[in-house]
Write a protein that binds this ligand. Structure first.
Ligand code: PMP
Ligand code: GLN
Length: 385
């Protein structure tokens, strides 16, 4: 009666954990969203746009002012020369990924993905008829190797889904790893669907390099971005696709029947935000870096061992290294039910042969939220002493 692919899927771990946090009154360090710090002027701009009558369908590919602002933003921050004709505004990165996968894959095409993977990827690839070929990344360094790529890419590879900076490992893949991936794409004639929503949340002076900047990649890369992460406004669900116009034209045909268009008032506000000087973004990122360090110190004070966090909103606990001998799901379920703190088990980002030793925490939170979370994680730890 229903499609088994969806009928058999669990509810996302994010909704599961946030639902439990709400029901139990737990501190929520699970789902990745900030509980402070959104730009007031961007909010004002959205409110003004609503009041000024910007409340009807936007053009299918997005407001011209936002498409131009996205192109100008990447010119300024990443030195990319983009054609606004290849930019499509979507309802968040999630919709961008869905539209791109529907448009770019034919049944039977092989699609390379990296585990741990953002949970939307695999069902969307499968529903589009793609045949997943998985590359497994493992802690503590989560590195991409040439051997792993060689085992996954074949002459049937149509597309690779590549998330950088990476959720949930907090890795910023380096130039060497990007070069290996670009080489594999070029050899296979594959398209790269790059989920770069975390491109601005990069720490300690590291520089984000888009995969499309590597030689030969601009003409085969479909990039996904999101205002949710850039402005700490995850609920707005304003995202975009940046692609060579010929690929964007096809993605637009999927997008027109997935959502058609995205809230125009929010698009106006995001266009305004993207056009601002970089100071606010830099301040926000350094605030996140301080929050990461605060959480790390607090966790160490409770006896936890953490993994490196080069980018994103996330810092992870290494359970065995912390002397905790249960798997990530058991730890997270007991932590939320018995210690009042929600976290995300990283095994939820694997479809086979999961890593079960890592728990992801979101540090994009006020100090009081983090401090309460740290204390409760200490109580969770004591459950397994
Ligand atoms: N991709 C990755 C890697 C993410 O982490 C997220 C959300 N945190 C998304 C996509 C979804 O972004 P959006 O909310 O814009 O749909
Ligand atoms: N990407 C967010 C996270 O990793 C969650 C997004 C969602 O819930 N769909 O926590």
């Amino acid at each position: 009666m229903t499609n088994p692919l969806f009928a058999d899927l669990p509810i996302t771990i994010f909704d599961h954990m946030s639902g439990l946090a709400r029901a139990l009154g737990a501190v929520n360090l699970g789902q990745g969203f900030p509980d402070f710090g959104w730009p007031e002027d961007v909010l004002d701009r959205a409110a003004q746009a609503v009041r000024a009558g910007s409340n009807q369908y936007a053009p299918m590919r997005g407001l011209p002012e936002l498409r131009e602002a996205v192109a100008a933003h990447y010119r300024r921050f990443q030195g990319l020369e983009l054609d606004a004709g290849g930019i499509i505004v979507t309802s968040g990165a999630t919709e961008a990924l869905a539209s791109a996968l529907l448009a770019l894959i034919e049944p039977g095409d092989e699609v390379v993905l990296f585990q741990p993977l953002y949970d939307a990827y695999l069902p969307l690839v499968r529903r589009a008829g793609g045949v997943p070929r998985l590359v497994k990344l493992a802690p503590p360094d989560w590195r991409i190797t040439g051997e792993a790529l060689a085992a996954a890419f074949t002459t049937r590879t149509r597309l690779v889904v590549f998330n950088n900076p990476h959720n949930p490992t907090s890795r910023l893949f380096d130039r060497e790893e990007l070069a290996l991936l670009a080489e594999a794409c070029l050899a296979a004639g594959a398209i790269a669907l790059t989920d770069e929503v975390w491109e601005h949340v990069v720490f300690d002076g590291r520089l984000f390099l888009p995969l499309s900047a590597l030689p030969g990649m601009a003409e085969r890369t479909v990039k996904v971005g999101s205002a949710g992460k850039i402005f700490s406004l995850t609920g707005w669900k304003v995202g975009w696709i940046v692609a060579p116009p010929a690929l964007a034209d096809v993605v637009a045909k999927a997008h027109q029947f997935v959502t058609y268009s995205t809230a125009p008032n929010l698009q106006t506000a995001v266009a305004y935000g993207l056009s601002k000087p970089p100071d606010d973004l830099e301040r926000t990122t350094s605030g996140f870096a301080q929050a990461r360090d605060h959480l790390r110190r607090g966790l160490e004070g409770q006896g936890f061992v953490t993994l490196a966090a080069e980018a994103t909103y996330f810092l992870s606990i290494d359970l065995p290294a912390s002397g905790i001998a249960v798997d990530d799901v058991v730890f997270c379920e007991r932590a939320v039910h018995e210690a009042g703190v929600a976290a995300i088990p990283v095994s939820a980002f694997y479809t086979e042969d999961p890593v079960i030793s890592v728990v992801r925490l979101c540090f994009a939170k006020k100090r009081e939220t983090l401090d309460e979370g740290i204390e409760r994680l200490g109580r969770a730890r004591a459950l397994f002493a």
